[in-house]
Design a protein around this ligand. Structure first.
Ligand code: ADP
Ligand code: MG
Length: 289
């Protein structure tokens, strides 16, 4: 046998040996089973070493694939929701806002209201954690496998107007109607144009009894007319929104202000502490600045 022929045969054998792995990699990619692809060889060796049978081998591959897939789905939902920040109830201090019904919020975090297609409205002055709560409820919904969209009232209205001008309003309305939970933050900071208010009303109207909506506002209901312009429209909107609703009352001190006041106090105390620590090395005299 000439050396080159021998070489070709060896190469051929090598290819044949590698064929199952190559095909398997291809098929597993097609089937979107990245964890199985990554793990199967290592797990196969472990199972062979420990005399684990084939069904158990398969289970040891499929289980982590399932867990990874769920994690990936949650991550995808979080990205699709377009949260301005990811916040959860783990970092929410309920004692800072006594007016908020903690039991109700924890019940809402179970997301059953979304399955019942009910709404949530959080009302209160600025800095009391309304956005934080809306974000945490949104995150909880993503973790429960539900689709979420998060936006502010101003941004939503802008998107709707833009879509209308570009003749794709119907598509946007359909997308907005399709999510299980739509969170509309900050209704009230910016007064809406008559068209803007109409478009927002249509969104709430299309979701009525079909999907859940969270609205946060710094304004009590009686002042919503100032934002929406017309009393008739406000009435109709509130009628739909509050038919099945949990209302979160979040009036209190601004968490932001409290935090910065606390930081200032701590800083002052630190300065004072620092000052009392100045000791004259010769006289041993303590100087307070
Ligand atoms: P709002 O939307 O009512 O104006 P935010 O939710 O934006 O208030 O809160 C302002 C900031 O303070 C955010 O960073 C938020 O995470 C934080 N915050 C507010 N309330 C709480 C709370 N009770 N526990 C922890 N963080 C809070
Ligand atoms: Mg806010």
């Amino acid at each position: 046998m000439t050396p080159s022929r021998y070489h070709r045969q060896e190469e051929h054998r090598y290819d044949r040996d590698r064929t199952p792995q190559v095909l398997l990699a291809h098929h597993l990619k097609q089937l979107k089973l990245p964890t199985v692809l990554r793990e199967y060889d290592k797990v196969a060796r472990e199972c062979a070493r420990n005399g684990v049978d084939h069904p158990r081998y398969l289970l040891r591959l499929i289980e982590p694939e399932l867990i990874d897939r769920e994690r990936r789905t949650v991550e995808r939902r979080i990205r699709a929701a377009r949260f301005p920040a990811v916040k959860s109830f783990d970092t929410f201090d309920f004692t800072a806002i006594p007016s908020l019904n903690k039991m109700l919020v924890l019940e809402l975090a179970r997301c059953e209201y979304i399955l019942r297609r009910e709404n949530v409205i959080a009302l209160g002055n600025s800095g009391t954690g309304k956005t934080h709560v809306a974000l945490a409820l949104g995150l909880a919904a993503c973790q429960k496998g539900l689709t979420v969209a998060f936006t502010t009232a101003a941004s939503l209205v802008n998107q709707l107007m833009e879509a209308r001008d570009e003749r794709r309003l119907l598509k946007l309305q359909r997308d907005l109607a399709a999510v299980k939970l739509l969170s509309v933050d900050e209704l009230g900071y910016v007064p809406l144009s008559p068209t803007g208010a109409e478009l927002l009303f249509e969104v709430f109207s299309q979701r009525y009894e079909r999907g859940s909506t969270i609205v946060t506002s710094n304004l009590p209901f009686e002042d919503w007319t100032q934002v929406l312009g017309s009393e008739r429209l406000t009435g109709a909107l509130l009628d739909r929104l509050t038919h099945h609703v949990s209302i979160l009352t979040m009036n209190g001190d601004s968490y932001r202000l409290k935090q910065s006041a606390h930081r200032r106090r701590t800083a002052t105390r630190a300065e004072q502490n620092h000052a009392t620590e100045i000791v004259d090395p010769e006289t041993g005299e303590i100087t307070t600045l």
